[in-house]
Structure formats: C-alpha cells, structure tokens
Design a protein around this ligand. Sequence first.
Ligand code: F55
Length: 830
Amino acid sequence: PVQTNEAALNGNGVQKPEPRLNDPDTLARQIVEKLTYSIGKNPASARKYDWLRATTLAVRDRIIDHWFESADRFAEEGGKRVCYLSMEFLIGRMLRDAINNLGLTEPVREALARYGVELDMIELLEPDAALGNGGLGRLAACFMESMASTGVPGYGYGIRYVHGFFRQEIADGAQVELPENWLVHGNPWEFERRNASYEIGFGGKVSMIQEAGRPARQVWRPAERVLAVAYDTPMVGWRGRQVNTLRLWSAQALDPILLDAFNSGDHIGALVESNKAEAITRVLYPADSHQAGQELRLRQEYFFSSASLQDIIRRHLEENDNLSNLADKVAIQLNDTHPAVSVAELMRLLVDVHGFGWDEAWTITRATFSYTNHTLLPEALEHWPIHLFERLLPRQMQIIYAINAGIIREAAQEHGYDDGQVAAISLIDEGNGRRVRMGQLAFVGSHAVNGVSALHTDLMKQTVFRDLHELYPDRIQNKTNGVTPRRWLMEANPGLTGLITEAIGPGFLDDIEKIIEIDDLADDAAFRERFAAIKRQNKERLANVIGERMATSVDPSAIFDIQVKRIHEYKRQFLNIIEAIALYDQIRSHPERNWTPRVKIFAGKAAPSYVQAKEIIHLANDVGRVINADPAVRDLLKVVFIPNYNVSLAEIIMPAADLSEQISTAGLEASGTGNMKFALNGALTIGTLDGANVEMLEHVGEDNIFIFGLTASEVAQRRREAHSGRSIIDNEPMLREALDAISSGLFCPDSPSRFHSLVSNLYNNDWWMICADFKAYWDTQRTLDDLYTRQDEWQAKAVHNTARMGWFSSDRSIREYARDIWKAGPGQAG
Ligand code: F55
C-alpha cells in the first residue's frame, strides 16, 4: 500500500501544488516547462505538434484546478447529479473551447507569440473528437458544455470509440469512406481511471436459486465477461465556474492474455478473446437514420449502459446507506433509445444484486430515468429480434417480459384495453418476427419523455407514442433544442462577438438572451455596414478553404447559400440540387436578366449503406463539375460540395452563410440545430415549417425568415392520397427540364443512367414531396435574389436574426430540463 503522510496531505498544504497563474509570463514559462519535461523537446527544436501538446498540457493544469474545486463544492453542498447517457458525443476540438471558457485566449496567444508560435495555427492541428454521427451527438456535446456553464452537476457517460465517425473523401464525385484515427498521437485531454472498471457479462444462463431463509431469486451466469475501463475528460463551463466530467468506457479483456492458454502454447487462442472484447468499443456505427441491427451494436449499447449504471450505483453507495433514495440523488437522461436497455439493467441490479422487491425497484427505476426521442422515422426506431436479445442478455429479456406483463395488466384491468390496444402499447412487436421495441421500453421506464421541438413533441403524441400517451397523458413534454453560444458564436465568430461587445457591452457573454439589445441597431446604417463587413470577412475565409481544398474559386460577393448536414432523402438536398439545375437552365436561356450571383454550398456525409444518399452526393458533385466549368453562367452560379463535413468545418461555415437551407419535408426533422447556428451568425433561413424552424419563425418574426412549402399535416394528407410527382412534373416546365437534364446524362456523360432511379422515384411516388414543394421553393429563392440586391434590407434582417436567437441557447434548454425533468441544479431543492 502507498504510504501517505496524512498531516502533510490535509494539514499545512505541503503537498498542494502552487496555484496556476494566468498571466502571459507564467503561461509562457509553463508551456516551455511542459515542452521540456513532459515532451522532451527544447523550444529551438520543437515542432508545431509539440507546441500544441505543451500548450494543451499547460491549459489542462488550470482545468484540473477548477475540476477539483467543482468536485469539492459538490461534495460539500450535496444535491442531485445528472447523468447523461449517450452513445454519441460529437465534441470536435477542445483546446479553443477550453481556453475561451477559462478566459485564457489572449494570454495564451501572447505567451505563444513570444516563441513565434501562432495560437490559431496550432489549434488547427488538434484532431476532432468525432464520437457521433450528427445532430444527436452534437446536441450531447452542447448539453455537456451548457451543464457546466449553468452549474448543473452533469456527468456524461458514453463510449470511447477508437475510430470515430469516418473521414469522407470524394473520388470522381462519389463518397469514399476512410477510417478515422483520432487517438493515434495520444489524447492529452483524457485520464484513464483503472480503479473505475466494471465487469460486463454477455450470454449464458439464468437460474433460480433458493438459499435458506431468503426468498428465491434469479441469478445470471454470463458465458462471457469483458471489462469496462473508464476514461475521464473534463468539460469546462463558461468562465471555468464549473468543470464536469465526461466518462467514456473502453472495453478490455478481463484477462488480456489468458495465461493458461498462453503458457500451454496457444498464443493465437489467447489473443482471440482479447480481440473480441476490444471489438466492442472499436468503432462508431455510422448510420443515423436506420437501425444497424447487428449483434455488435447491441453489445455496445448494453456494455456502456451496464458500466454506467454500475458506476452510478457504486458512487451512490459511497455516499448513502442504500439505494432506496437513488432517484433523489441521481437523474439519468437516456439520449434516444440507444441506452434504453438501461431500464432492464437497473431493474436487474436492484432486484437480483441489491435484493429489492420488484415493485419498489420499478418505482425507483421510473423515478430515476427520463428519455429524449429524436426521430419519428419508422426505419430509425430501434427494435431488436427477440432471439438475439435473449441469447445475448437472457436475464434482461426476462425482465422486459415482466415489465411488459405489468404494463399490460394495468392497461387491461384499470383502463379496459382490448387486445388491439394492448398490442399497440406492448414492448414486444408481434408483427414482424417478434422484436423488443426500445422506444416503448424507454417510455414506460421513465417518468418523463420529451421531444426536441414543439412540433416534434406534438407529432410524437399523435403518431409513434399515441397509445402510450393515452395511457400516460402527463408523461410527454417538450424541450426544444439549443446550441451553445460559446462554441457557435464566440469561438466560431470572434469578429461578430467583438462588434456586439462594442455595441452593447459584454453582458450577453454571460446571458445570451441580452443579445436582443442589438435588435434596434438593425436600423443603424453604420452598424449594419460593420455587421456586413464581418460577414464578408467570414465569407472570404470560407472561400479560401474552398480554394485550397477543392481548387475551385468562388466570389465572396455572391450569395453564400449553404446546406450542410447529414445527407438524407428527408432533408432534401436533392430539391436544392434540382433548383440549382433549374437556375442554370434559366441563366443560360435568359442571359439578359439581372441574375443575383449565388454560390450553392453543400457538405455532409451519407451512411455507407444508404444508396440513395450516396447518389445525391454524386449528383451534387457531378452538377458542380459541369456548372462551374460552363462559361455561359459567367460566375453567376457555382455549386460546391466540400468533403468531410465535421464540427471544425462547421465552425468555419456557420459564420460565412448568407442563406441557411432548412428544407426538410415537413414533419420529418425532429428539430434541427444547424438552423440555430446559422441564424445566430446572421444568416437568413429558407425553410419549411418543420422542427425548430417553427419556433424560429415565432422568435424572428415572419419578415425575417423565408418559409415555403407544405405543412406537416398537408404532407400527411398527400401521403394518404397516394400522391405522386408525375402530374406536377408535367405541368411545371422548369422542374421537368431540370429532371430531363439529369436523366439525359448531361452531368454524368460517362455513365448516363447513373441517376435514373433518383429521378424515377419522383415520377412514381415523390414520397419526400420534392415535386410538390418545388415551385414554392423556386419562387422563394427568387424573392431572396431580389432582396439580396437591397443590401440594407437584407443586412437589417440578418441583424434581427442574430439579435433574436438568444432563446435557442442550450443554456435555456438545460435550465428547462433541470427544472421540469431532473429537479437538479441551481435553484432546485436537491
Ligand atoms: C444516430 C444513430 C441512430 Cl441508430 C439513429 C439516429 C442517430 C442520429 O444521429 N440522429 C440524429 O442526429 N437525430 C437528430 O437529432 C437532433 C438533435 O435532437 C435533431 O435536431 C435532428 O432533427 C435529428 O434528426
């Protein structure tokens, strides 16, 4: 055992490190100290990566001071913890965020400048932590930052994937997926916690055991066991007031090299087991819109759910006598259904391991969990085949049957449900090969269930959860998404942040809703000009990126019309491309007209197995190649697809947009969060009445947003009527000519039939209402062309957008979760 001198540890502070000072002198000295003693380089021979690492380590020391303070404060004050369980945390880079939140940006810049090193340059060397697919994962990252910034004691729990979201390259117009390897040079932000590790079982058998004088109980003897090892990353809140922890689990073989096998000469056999264990946390699944359905995915879900719950329980029992007050001390938020097996696992831990009776365990479980739904798309809802579930998690399957029996009994006895109504709420889908419905499991195991925008929450009540909502009418509530203004305004757009600070003072940095104070400056010509000048600089920066990465030149005085997000049919990048083709036709047919120059910018990744989404990427690239090379359009139109969209690229793109494309088929986009990032940075939105666009309209006012197209209920109506595109195409020449151009092979002469199935889907079915919405979209785009020529008007609207987006801060979202769902954080009894 380690010998410690208690007196020295606690008494006179002999072993306490000196406090870290934040002046440039001290920072410069300590960066060089890290360079020398942690990295083993002297300043003269250090490479840029060495400087990044040394700077990160010096900044990390300061974070650790705040981290310990936060832990001590929590230990003193007690209160309730919030555990955010998410398969995904799409964080991006961490250095800029950390130093911004600690107020160190200028001192660090100055310290590095003394050695001739540019902060902005070394920041770019940090790899993105891309442990997520898109909106859901990025929301988890914004929420972690906002919990730390608003003083909620939040613990993120997730998976430490060795390979995050794949890197995208475009080869001959098509997406190519390459493995991502963010950990190759080590990760200075994480701390391995070997003492926090738990065994996770799979497979095996359940048997009833009867011990003398005790009630009979079920014991699960797993056939396989792996170890979950914790890695902690500090999450720094605004002004460093609070530092929370993101705990990510890594899988390891219990016995990395099975010594028996190894000693008996079976080297290969010994390593097979460790490979199988470590496979669990090897890679992030890249599908965001359909269920993977693979065994490895279910293993991932259970692995991180069980590890997190065991950790939560261990911590609770360190501070409390028993688990009966768990729900008073911990709130567990399930980020979609990916961790929904937690409901069964907590029941198992309470009943089988900690000896609770079923009913009390169920009360505790329900009071502890809450669940956020992020999609209504049927193909994205998780449902696991029963045979697979039972083979991998036999005890959890039993528990799910028991939960189901209880719910059905309640529905039948207390509410008189008939067989049809029972089938609708059952946790087991008997329809297609018997499956466990994870959404239903998460719903019944939670005291609160939320959607992520007002419209989405309403639709949840009417569609996917209609029957459960009828049974539990108080359970569903709305929590509209938000984005953190630190990363998405201050860090991404220092120019605009500086202008706003000059105009209204720095108060909005601590309370983003104060940004409304620039609203009246929309009428101030001098302010508008400075606002526009900053936009222009940000567009030049993006134009440079496009020039460097793709050797395409774009003119920053054109409208930057941007659609960046995952590629999906319901998000309708195809509609945007068709509009580009129609515009191309019109410019060539009517060269005499006063066209407003436009650059259409796309970026986003397709799931590797999503054929149509990959065709859409191919089309965008093929169309861009033809249009950009055609002298007839005289730079009036460019179409650019920027490869490898990720958080870092988003930080350059969001501030550079004039126009934000939020054009999903109404009723399909749960919320959207890119819509908020763009508008906060002064882009106007062209969008449908979908997701949070509806609430953005309410906040910015109808003069400042450009809404078009069918509403969600009109879409539902048309689908009931078996709508197809054919008659619309026949009556709309611009649309027909654009589709004919695609079908003719104009954009893909090497393979003219490449896009035939994309086009024939429109004729035969038009499921996503692309034909139905084309004309309204076209007309709205032309209104915007016209508006852009009146720069005063356009810029006034842009100012209103920035001014009125304060409500869409994730600080507001988090305060609502804390107040209505978690009953935790500042101002809660705790
Ligand atoms: C990831 C994995 C699976 Cl198996 C299914 C879905 C996803 C995923 O990434 N979903 C996702 O990003 N959903 C989005 O969540 C955002 C945050 O709430 C919403 O803004 C957005 O509308 C929704 O599509």
